[in-house]
Write a protein that binds this ligand. Structure first.
Ligand code: HAM
Length: 425
């Protein structure tokens, strides 16, 4: 027997779930347009070399890699950022900066499937290329805030850090880049003990431990405390200043709930500056995340280019909306079905259906030629609001019958009054 199940970790989206995804995607597109991001479409399949260049071991090991028929080593994209960096170093190389690019679609990672963790999942992705100012970092946090807000999510909060703080501490203590990445990977998984084992200098270990232990809700207090902890690390202090500036702008531009976590790291290796994730209290998984990555474009052979971006997990946002009971999409308008009583009025009934569609009413048609009782039963099951019943007798008088399927009432009306009776403007 052939296996007709979806591939492990991959899902069909149907009915209400598909509607919820469409709603999230639409809101992400509206947010992109509000913030001046232009949508771009890039391939799902890219050269393995590109995708594995700077993503980091964590994600590289979880890519869907294969050889195509031309013997090229390719992979399904595990994220959008590498594809955007490729675009920026090629086709868009001479475009005026800053470039603001938005994408939405599926990405692929061989993660262990569980609720909120899939092997094929959807992201809405924003990249802002060519701006080094803290205002640019701020835009990504603010647009994420806007998206969460317009989706109707409650109590969401940002976790914010700066990868430069940890990296500069490690660099000052001569920890090489490869070890730094290994340490950050472990810190991302909260495996602090094993992360600290990779640090030889006792002073450096102590500093990192103090940052790990630091938990506070008031971000200004947390910044003050970090300042004391990193007082001997000049470059880490510069990173902290940068973070402070970003947070000052963010909090003075919007109502936003955030905590600063200096030991917060992210799975991707390319980050160089501010990093963030967004959560709702009911779920432990991040709904989105991103940060500054000033060296990725250059690593792909482009000029040195500032960049900051983020991605939102649409599958997880759908779970969040469901968890907070805001999953139902408010109905956009009426759903009407047109039912001809006899063959002889079919063409007229189709004309009426077309009339309704021309006025923007979502209109179905009885396509199976069922008797009235069965057709109305089916209309109920399909959740139509009204049935427009077209009969020979009424038609002779320029009328049709409207049945309100929710109230179970029916009236005969003139075709010329149809829109008025349905409340269509
Ligand atoms: P990321 O944190 O790897 O960042 O993914 C972004 C979001 O995708 C996560 O916060 C989460 O909501 C969702 N996500 C990740 N893995 C899964 C999974 N297995 N199943 C369902 N959802 C998942 C990036 O991808 C970066 N490219 C973001 C970025 C853009 N940074 C700079 N520019």
């Amino acid at each position: 027997m052939p296996n007709f199940q979806t591939v492990r970790g991959m899902r069909d989206l149907i009915g209400k779930e598909a509607q919820t995804f469409i709603r999230i995607i639409t809101k992400a597109q509206e947010t992109a347009s509000l913030f001046g991001f232009k949508e771009v479409f890039t391939p799902h399949v890219e050269h393995l070399e590109l995708l594995s260049a700077k993503t980091g071991d964590e994600i590289c090991q979880r890519m869907f890699v294969f050889e195509d028929l031309g013997k090229r080593q390719v992979a399904l994209r595990p994220e959008f950022t590498a594809s955007i960096a490729r675009l920026v170093t090629s086709t868009l190389r001479t475009e005026p900066k800053p470039l603001k690019l938005f994408s939405v679609g599926t990405v692929y990672r061989y993660d262990e499937p569980q609720r909120g963790r899939y092997r094929e999942f959807w992201q809405s992705n924003f990249e802002l290329i060519g701006a080094d100012k803290p205002e640019a970092d701020t835009e990504l946090i603010l647009l994420t805030n806007k998206l969460m807000q317009t989706l109707g999510l409650q109590g969401y909060a940002f976790k914010i850090g700066h990868i430069g703080i940890i990296k500069e501490i490690l660099s000052q203590d001569d920890v090489d880049e490869k070890t730094q990445n290994a340490i950050l990977q472990r810190m991302d998984k909260k495996e602090y003990e094993s992360a600290l084992k990779l640090v030889t200098s006792e002073k450096c270990r102590g500093t990192l431990q103090s940052l790990i232990d630091l938990k506070g809700n008031n971000w200004r207090d947390t910044i003050e405390q970090i300042n004391v902890i990193v007082s001997d690390y000049e470059k880490a202090k510069i990173a902290l200043e940068n973070l402070t500036e970003i947070l000052t702008i963010v909090t003075s531009s919007a109502e936003i709930s955030l905590t600063v976590e200096p030991a917060f790291a992210r799975g991707l290796e390319y980050y160089t500056g501010m990093i963030f994730e967004v959560y709702i209290p009911q779920l432990e998984i991040a709904l989105g995340g991103g940060g500054r990555y000033d060296r990725l474009v250059e690593a792909f052979g482009g000029e040195s280019t500032f960049a900051v971006g983020c991605a939102h997990g649409i599958d997880r946002i759908a779970i969040a909306l469901q968890t907070q009971n805001v999953a139902h999409m408010p109905k956009a308008g009426l759903d009407v079905v047109v039912i001809p009583i006899t063959e002889s009025v079919k063409v007229d009934a189709l004309k009426i259906a077309q009339m309704l569609r021309d006025r923007g009413v979502s209109t179905g048609f009885e396509l199976l030629g069922r008797k009235m009782g069965k057709a109305l039963e089916a209309a109920d099951k399909h959740d139509f609001d009204y049935a427009v019943i077209v009969g020979e007798r009424e038609l002779c008088m320029g009328s049709i019958v409207i049945k309100d399927l929710k109230k179970r009432e029916q009236t005969t009306v003139l075709i010329t009054e149809l829109f008025e009776k349905l409340g269509v403007k």
